[in-house]
Structures are given as structure tokens and as C-alpha cells.
Design a protein around this ligand. Sequence first.
Ligand SMILES: Cc1cc2nc3c(=O)[nH]c(=O)nc-3n(C[C@H](O)[C@H](O)[C@H](O)COP(=O)(O)OP(=O)(O)OC[C@H]3O[C@@H](n4cnc5c(N)ncnc54)[C@H](O)[C@@H]3O)c2cc1C
Ligand code: SF4
Length: 325
Amino acid sequence: MFPFTLEKARTAEQAIAAAAAGSRFIAGGTTLIDLMREEVERPEQLIDINALPLAEIRVENDILVIGALARMADVAAHPEVQARQPLIAESLIEGASPQLRNMASIGGNLLQRVRCPYFRMLDAPCNKRDPGSGCSAIDGLHAGHAILGTSDHCIATHPSDLAVALVALDATMRVLGPQGERSFPVEDLFRLPGDAPHLEHTLLPGELIIDVQVPAGAYSRRARYLKVRDRASYEFALVSAAVALDTESGQIRQARIATGGVGTRPWRMRAVEEALAGKPPQRQAFEAAAQLAVREARPLRDNHYKMELLPRTIVRALELAGEVA
Ligand SMILES: Cc1cc2nc3c(=O)[nH]c(=O)nc-3n(C[C@H](O)[C@H](O)[C@H](O)COP(=O)(O)OP(=O)(O)OC[C@H]3O[C@@H](n4cnc5c(N)ncnc54)[C@H](O)[C@@H]3O)c2cc1C
Ligand code: SF4
């Protein structure tokens, strides 16, 4: 392994002040250490942020606030999360393994790197790891890759399950950096690959995620996360759907839908949501609306099956949400 230094920060300000070009914050380390071992990432300095008081989960004015250092397992098991935002608990339980969920933090989850196999193969061209080198997946193995938001430079899917649920729920995030604090929708954290796939998120240099904030809505309780994958656990999504429904008098007042495993970032399905408004929460309406999910998709040779699997997953998730009392 290559040499690097390790600094333990006691306060957020100390962590931000220590951040420099070539440094990385480290929380659970379940993504970063893996990538360092394989030398896909080679930071010169690690700033351990685990001593910062950012693990709290609380409710403020009906908004669920989840600290960036809260562990996936703790968030999933928290009574307020389960009662107020079951979609978040379900998306977390569907991710990784119990051991990983005990270590992995919410901030680290949102900033995890792609799972494209070529990204980790140092001798394969990969624009995300080595800008300008090419994309091995486009003409190579891409059955698991994205059909939405792709470019000629990268087609990797965003891997986080939690991010899909947060985008469906219009969550925001608070970050602190050298220029002070700011908040923005979680959806805006993720960049499309375009011609610069190595730039994955919109954080400014030195910015630290402080927490995510999830507003309550009439749809929050009637919500489900459905993840379709090659094996029942310890596997990333081929397709997933986070859906939340607000219904009244036999009509959908509002639907919230985001999908994973299909987009280069968590993909909000606004056209599907709009098509469902005012319709009865029934299979026929779900099927008609779900077709809109693939309207702008660009499948390749081996991931064409997602054109059918995506609408079906949305329909099934809507049915499951409709069954929630
Ligand atoms: C085998 C395996 C299977 C997995 N399966 C799934 C799955 O099915 N679904 C899923 O969603 N995830 C899955 N994961 C990913 C897992 O959820 C992430 O590894 C984990 O959430 C990362 O959190 P961490 O605290 O360990 O992050 P770290 O590894 O510590 O950090 C990851 C990145 O986030 C940055 N970072 C961390 N915290 C902050 C912060 N507060 N502010 C700014 N930057 C920060 C770090 O600098 C680093 O770049 C899997 C991982 C493994 C290894
Ligand atoms: S899809 Fe993206 S991550 Fe995978 S090889 Fe192409 S550029 Fe690299």
C-alpha cells in the first residue's frame, strides 16, 4: 500500500481546516479503505471524522434530521425513522450486509463510488478513474449498467439505495465548508457524467456533510422500497423503486417515485408522478404511468431488459405501497 497520513479531527471546523487537495474524510471506511487497498483511490491524507458529534437522529418541527455519522443500522432501527419515514428504514435494510451497516455512515453512503467492475480494474480504461482513458463498459460487460442519464463517456449506475429513498422524499442536506454552511436538495448532490464522469458530486473542496433532513408529507407513511437484484441480500440493485403515495377518496393526490439501478444518479420519475395524480390507485393506472419511466432511456446491448424490468418494478412497488394501511 502507498504511504498516507492520518489525522483525527475533534470538531467539524478542525476537519474542514485540515482538508486540502489530496485529502479525504473517513467515516466507516467501508468504501474508502477498499478502494485504497486496490489503489483506485490514493489519498495523501485521511481525516478521521468519527469523533465529531454528528451521529444524532432527531425530529425537529416534523422534520427528521439524520446526522452524517449515524450508522446505517442505527438509522434503520430507530423508532422515529420507522414510524415517520419507513421508506428510509427499508432502503437501508435492503443495502449491504449487517456487518457493513453497523460500520457504514449516512454521509459515506451518499458519497460511495460506483460499482462498475472496470472502475476497480487498474489496467482497464475508465474515464471515471482515469479521465480521458475511455469507457470499457460501453462495448464490454454492461448488463448491470444505466439506461438513464448516460453519456458516451460513462454509463455506471449510482449505487446507493438510501439516496433513492431520500430523492423520492425531497430530502435536503446540510454541509459545512471553508465558505460556511449551505443546504440543498439531496438530488442536487449527484452530477450526471456528461464529458467529465470523474466529477461525481457537487460538494466544494473541503465541504463536510453535517446531516440530511427529511420533511414529513401525507405520503410518508404509505411508502415502499422495492429492490430487484441477482441474489436476495448483499447485492446492489439491478432496478429499485422508492415510492410514496398520498391517496384520498379513492384517488392519488400525490405520488413520489425515484428509482435506482437504472440511472447514473438516483432517478426521480416526475413524469410518472404527474401521470398518476388524480388516478385511482389501481394496477391499470400504475401500468400506464410506469411506461413513461423509460421514455428517455438509452439501453445498450446487454441492459435492454431494464426497459421492461423498470416499469414492472415501479408497478409492483406502487401496489405494495397501496397495500400499506
Ligand atoms: C460488499 C459491499 C456491499 C454493499 N452493498 C450496498 C448496497 O446494496 N446498497 C448500498 O446502498 N450500499 C452498499 N454498499 C456501500 C455501503 O453502503 C458504503 O460502503 C457505506 O455506506 C459507506 O459509508 P462509510 O461510512 O463506510 O464511508 P467511507 O468509506 O468512510 O467514506 C466514503 C466516502 O465518503 C466520504 N465521506 C464520508 N463521510 C463524509 C462526510 N460526513 N462528509 C463528506 N464526505 C464524507 C469519504 O471521504 C469517502 O470519499 C456496500 C458496500 C460493500 C463493501
Ligand atoms: S461505465 Fe464509467 S465507471 Fe465504468 S468503465 Fe465506463 S467510465 Fe469507468
